[in-house]
Design a protein around this ligand. Sequence first.
Ligand code: S3P
Length: 173
Amino acid sequence: MLNFKKLRKKNIVLIGLMGSGKSAVGREIAKSLNFDFYDSDAEIEKRIGKSIKQIFQTKGEEFFRLLEEEICLELLENKNCVIALGGGSIINKRIRSLINLNSFSIYLKVDIEVLLNRLRNSNKRPLLSLGNKKIILEDIYNQRKNYYKKANLIIVNNTSKESVVKNIIKELS
Ligand code: S3P
């Protein structure tokens, strides 16, 4: 039986900084377990009809965070799903409480240098365009690390997606 079922959890959620591979890894885990897969950012984009970047630009971060709360709380009410949560959703107390209550959480831990490398050419992360990417990533990591570290499972994802997925499936068995 899956670990998370023993814990009476309904879903598996992936948390971690942007670029940590939550969506790519989450999609593979969902496939392996025959679960549905959701990505909170993709659901937000669908609901509003704008990209995350456009939402930040036209409505601001505060609006985005409210929407993020609404969508994440809805997604977390599902059953037998793998959910990749936007990196900043963990700062929201209501989202954290619902994760703790009903989901098995996996923190994908990635070194800042690796993240910087992966995100070097991405312009999809509005928070990183506000200044020096390294300083911003270090800063948000420091704000969030205590929440990330409370995950049920912590997996390092510095290298290949395949080995990480294998590791997670093994840990869940
Ligand atoms: C954010 C992470 C992004 C997205 C938004 C804000 C954050 O999601 O929600 O740009 O605050 O860390 P990913 O973690 O999927 O990149």
